[in-house]
Design a protein around this ligand. Sequence first.
Ligand code: KG4
Ligand code: ZN
Length: 341
Amino acid sequence: MQILTIESTCDETAAAVVNDQLEVISAVVASQEALHQKFTGVVPEIAARAHVERIVPVIDEAMTRAGVQWNELDAIAVANEPGLAGSLLVGVVAAKALCLAHDLPLVAVNHLHAHIYACRIAAKRDLFPCVGLIVSGGHSNLYVCHDALTFEPLGATIDDAAGEAFDKVASMLQLPYPGGPSVSKAALEGDKTKYNFPRPMLKDRETLNLSFSGLKTAVRYTIAPQGQVDFKTLDLEPQLVADVSASFQQAVIDCLVGKTVLALEQTGIKMLCVGGGVAANRELRGQLEEAVSSMGVELHIAPFELCTDNAVMGAIAFERLKAGITESLDLDIKAGLVRMA
Ligand code: KG4
Ligand code: ZN
């Protein structure tokens, strides 16, 4: 069996052809990074319009590179939740139109579950049940993943996502968007113990929720103690930028590692799968490895190319297809963020 998968939840337009051995036949990603750079974050209206322009060429390219005809496909899968409403709609409408035109079944993909499934694709063997950690620009969530179809939420950020905090801090430090890679690069020259930033909710063992907005505010007042300023006009010493980057990054990592370890302790599960853009962070990868190895936990972190948004992880659709779960052509989007109270 082989399927076309489509991803347009945020600011990457992506399509892939994958088979039920979870082999990648083709994978195309059109990044919108350059379009959003000057706004230091994703502008939803610009993202939706760019998806409209790119979706057909990206799908064409994926099909051409795969050398596959429409009648050789078994289904079309599309991420319909969660994400930006305008962005999601473009992928979902394209998938429905193609299903109608080529008489193919439609399969819905949950983008967050797909981020975790990226580990399963790379491992080429079953990793369920596992604890799942998703850290991206829009989400920071912990799950118990009982099987590839059953994801039980354990906790989530109550305000900003980890990636969002990286992006905002980068903007304050006049580092380029996306913030994760630029802050982690600046952090290489910095002292992570220089600023003792808060680790919100880390000590509270009653909850697996996370919070990054207070940390972001603490960074803000370290850079500009005088309060309201235009960060673009600040004259920042390179060493301050490096030290703030390293100290901020360490605070985020402590929160993510701490809550993940707590989730593993509470569930007793010995398998951990980590995905999402922030999972590309080398410090986080190393420190997670260190923290869980002494617990006898097997750790799987998505390979770099499957951390940030892509369509390959939409291969999770095979799990639904095999369970006989397909959608009618009135499939809707579910834009909302998954957050715990
Ligand atoms: O998963 P993703 O591509 O999109 C969403 O679903 O949100 O994640 C994008 C996020 C951005 O906030 C970006 O700054 C962050 O992932 N990111 C990183 C790194 N690479 C990307 N954060 C920290 N360290 C990195 N190396
Ligand atoms: Zn994502």
